[in-house]
Design a protein around this ligand. Structure first.
Ligand SMILES: [Zn+2]
Length: 147
């Protein structure tokens, strides 16, 4: 790039704010060697000097958006210390003797229950207001029943 001393009256390329393109402009005013005001040779409009090229956009920041550096680690499955209560009390039993779970079914402690969602369970507690606690593989659940 050749550096030549510019002075008022020189013709330079500049962006014209009215023509909205880079055109020849005549320098109208300079401050400290920098062009500050120009006149468009096309529309004769005077305006502040805009360099022919868009001011450089700030360098795009390295793709540091969004993703954090540490991807979520899959939670480690807790290793059971031994057979769970469910395995001890339910798994060994014959599923054929399980009662299909229903809200209007009646249960007694020790009944084997087959629940459509929770699977096989063992009735561990029957409480008065029509609640039965059943031990499923997922844990104990309190369900409705008819006493
Ligand atoms: Zn113009």
């Amino acid at each position: 790039m050749s550096i030549r001393k510019l002075s008022a009256g020189d013709i330079i390329d500049a962006r014209c704010t009215k023509c909205r393109s880079v055109l020849n402009h005549t320098i109208v005013a300079m401050v400290d060697g920098r062009v500050v005001r120009v006149q468009c040779n096309t529309c004769n409009g005077q305006h502040n000097y805009h360099p022919p090229q868009e001011a450089k956009k700030p360098a795009e920041r390295a793709a540091s958006t969004g993703k954090s550096s540490s991807p979520a680690r899959p939670r480690r499955e807790p290793v059971p210390a031994g057979p769970s209560q469910w395995e001890l009390e339910v798994a060994g039993r014959d599923p054929q003797e399980a009662i299909p779970y229903a809200m209007d079914a009646s249960f007694r402690v020790g009944n084997l229950v087959n629940h459509p969602v929770f699977g096989l369970g063992l009735v561990t507690v029957v409480t008065k207001p029509n609640k039965v606690e059943i031990l499923f593989r997922d844990g104990k659940k309190l369900l409705r029943c008819t006493l």
